[in-house]
Design a protein around this ligand. Sequence first.
Ligand code: F0G
Length: 456
Amino acid sequence: MLTTQTAETVSRLRCINCGDMPHSAGRDFRCTTCGDLLEFFFPDWISGAPADPSTDPSTLKSLWLKRRASREALDQSGVWRFRELLPHIPAEDAITLREGNTPLYDMPRCARSVGVEHLLAKHQGMNPTASFKDTGMTFAASSAHQGGFRWVACASTGNTSASMAAYAARGNMHSLVLIPDGKISWGKLSQSLDYGALTCQLRTDFDGCVGILNELVRQKPVYLLNSVNPYRIEGQKTAAIELMEQLAWEPPDHIIVPGGNLGNSSAIGKALLEMRDLKLISRLPKLSIIQAHGANPFYRSVREFGGKKIEPMTADTLATAIRIGNPASWKKALRVLQATGGEVEEVSEVEMAIAKAEIGADGIGCEPASAVTLAGLKKLRRKGFVKSGDSVVLILTGHLLKDPDFTIKFHRGDLFAGTSGESEAAAAKYLQRAPIILDADLAAVIAALEAAERGS
Ligand code: F0G
């Protein structure tokens, strides 16, 4: 077992807008001077600072690899394994479900359909609560534990709440979930119930839930676990570090992520920039962000206003995870989009549903919000932003079983019935595999098999 101890990482909080550096964060994690978001930065890593032996690239890479063989819980976590690149939280406060360590799959059928040679998917839905949220939650819930909080809370479209409820339970904390009434999948709702959260379904949308939560944390000693909490972003960074390790530290040309509240894209981009500064990688992949057309405030901000402002909207999409009209982290996401030279794209409901079935047909599967990545990649490929020889990694954020309703309706051909997408959805027919109801009769099953064989 490896016992190498590196120096504790020195981190500071800083406002992304005015640069103020508070010693600690208020309950809403906003700058007390200008009200914008805070982020962690690491003064010792700034380019030009004297070389620090604790961040020597080859030492870190071999340390992280060796931890894979360790029996220690923190070394087995795909988040805490990279703790040299995270702010310091004492081990006794760490709450881990061995998150991270998610697979990187090749996607041969999807690659052919898009027209790229090298297409991979990092499946963050293979985390303990089946979404990428666990990587940020292990870290932020641990910081709540360190702060001695009895209650943690979040507003959510379902995945953050499922994850928070699980980590709170593991850390002996109470959790309060605010989710929109309706427009949330049963899979996600059932998780927070089982993990023991106090679950409130508010008669509003996600953005309305955020408003109530912000007021609540001002009045009650409740620890906020939405992605405005910079500890969440730090934990979520590790997906990009793990990805680079899986690629032998050879960055792909493109990384493509879905965009909702924009915490995940901000986190992955932050990790890429930091890894470049630390010389863990020698060049930056382009990080592109894809939104659903009905929930596209960031897309419109970049395309219509050059990223100078964002206009909140009433969001509507079947991908309930990203049904968000006023994304909190849009400035952070804009910064990484610009720094990496990525693109922003929007996709229709039908494009997303087709892409989801194509990902499924590669034997992988994901929830609807994750599938905007493949649908967006097709558009970026058509526009020539992604070339056929480029290497591309899609970040799949949630598991197929998070939202089985969507999948069943799609395969039965009901998903777009009576909607404006109905005629566009005819193009999806060849992907639909509705279940066939038969008598319990061998001949009927053989007939179905032979019909399928003739059709394939
Ligand atoms: N994909 C899935 C499956 C999600 O659950 C979310 C966000 C996103 C993508 C977008 O990530 O917000 O960081 O841009 N879900 C949140 C929730 C908002 O409450 O579970 P983002």
